[in-house]
Design a protein around this ligand. Structure first.
Ligand code: KG4
Ligand code: ZN
Length: 355
């Protein structure tokens, strides 16, 4: 049995958790900054790192208290090394390094996307499928399709070539005047909308397993926003054109419903094709967008292998998932030392921990 204290500060959640043996959550503290960033309509990096610095110590202390543990009960400390906002990552990394130095515990820098993939291992009643498993990780910053061949062995077969799925939700949410983050608010608005009120494009990426959402975003803009005049030449006119204005006759719920239908169609079609082509035994869906019910429903009905997804509280960023991934890395002998750096752009691939 292992007990790992995990720290996660890659974006706008300050989180700490204690996880036993990669599957049992002993405590899971998430201090969200959503209210701080809502006024900017997105995550403001300077504000995020300052808020992490203010709360990390208390959040880690609470994780230990709620698990009724001290550092003497731990086997290791894990921290998100990347990808993410560099200033935010550094707060968690430096805190974890300090704690490792003070306690003499081993330290593991963990890939955030690997954390999302391992959030499934924490789901109640989870039982590991036989590899290969197809992992679809869809978050605010990433949309990745990976074949997991064993613990920690990934073949990246596709990903977004432009916006991440969650980013598209957030951008369209902003256009529709919905609160940040866009995903859950679009999902709510879509419940009272007609998904056939608009017919938005589904990006065709046959021949590979990539996703693309920028064409969809443009189509939604065209349908719902006032178009800037072609002669918008002055600086002020160009700036006004960038902050799109909704047309008065637009029904926000209808746009939300048709947009969500298009995004989830694209994600589901490509994932199902990949599941067949790579003869996987299960599909593991994770990341913030995995909270979306329409996506879950479409995948569950189209796949002919089991679909697993995390409970809602593990879909968005948390430290428990970092602790779960760290457990399997710890068993494989992975240790980071005290001199590793934040990796703001870091893909999950076969040699993810190679220098
Ligand atoms: O995994 P996450 O918490 O952070 C990143 O690692 O990026 O994902 C956040 C993203 C946001 O873009 C948010 O709009 C999206 O997940 N999201 C959703 C839903 N809940 C959160 N997207 C669609 N439907 C949802 N219910
Ligand atoms: Zn994430």
């Amino acid at each position: 049995m292992t007990a790992i204290l995990a720290i996660e500060t890659s974006c706008d959640e300050t989180a700490a958790a204690i996880v036993s043996s990669g599957t049992t959550i002993r405590s899971n503290i998430v201090a969200s900054q959503i209210d701080l960033h809502a006024q900017y309509g997105g995550v403001f990096p300077e504000v995020a790192s300052r808020a992490h610095a203010e709360t990390i110590s208390a959040v880690a202390g609470r994780a230990l208290d709620e698990a009724e543990m001290t550092c003497a009960d731990l086997d290791a400390i894990a921290v998100t090394q990347g990808p993410g906002l560099v200033g935010s990552l550094l707060v968690g990394i430096n805190f974890a390094k300090g704690l490792a130095l003070a306690t003499g515990l081993p330290l593991l820098g963990i890939n955030h996307l690997e954390g999302h993939a391992y959030s499934l291992w924490l789901a109640p009643g989870f039982s590991e499928a036989e590899f290969p498993i197809l992992a679809l990780i869809v978050s605010g910053g990433h949309s990745e399709l990976l074949v997991m061949r064993a613990h920690g062995v990934y073949e990246r077969i596709g990903g977004t070539i432009d916006d991440a799925a969650g980013e598209a939700f957030d951008k369209i949410g902003r256009l529709l005047g919905l609160p940040f983050p866009g995903g859950p608010n679009i999902e709510r608005a879509a419940q009272s909308g007609a998904l056939d009120a608009y017919s938005f494009p589904r990006a065709k990426t046959s021949g590979n397993y990539d996703f693309s959402f920028s064409g969809l975003k443009t189509a939604v803009m065209r349908a719902a926003a006032i178009q800037p005049s072609a002669s918008a030449r002055s600086r002020r006119e160009r700036r006004a054109a960038r902050t799109a204005q909704l047309r008065a006759d637009v029904n926000i719920n209808d746009v939300a419903a048709a947009f969500q239908d298009a995004v989830t169609d694209s994600l589901s079609a490509t994932t199902c094709r990949a599941a067949k082509d790579f003869a996987v035994n299960a599909v593991y869906l994770s990341g913030g967008v995995s909270a979306n019910q329409m996506l879950r429903n479409k995948l569950a009905s189209a796949l002919d292998v089991p679909l697993c997804f995390p409970p809602l509280f593990l879909c968005t960023d948390n430290a428990a998932m970092i602790g779960a991934a760290a457990h399997f890395r710890y068993l494989a002998g992975h240790r980071s030392g005290l001199d590793f750096e934040a990796r703001a752009s870091w893909r999950l691939s076969e040699d993810v921990y190679a220098d």
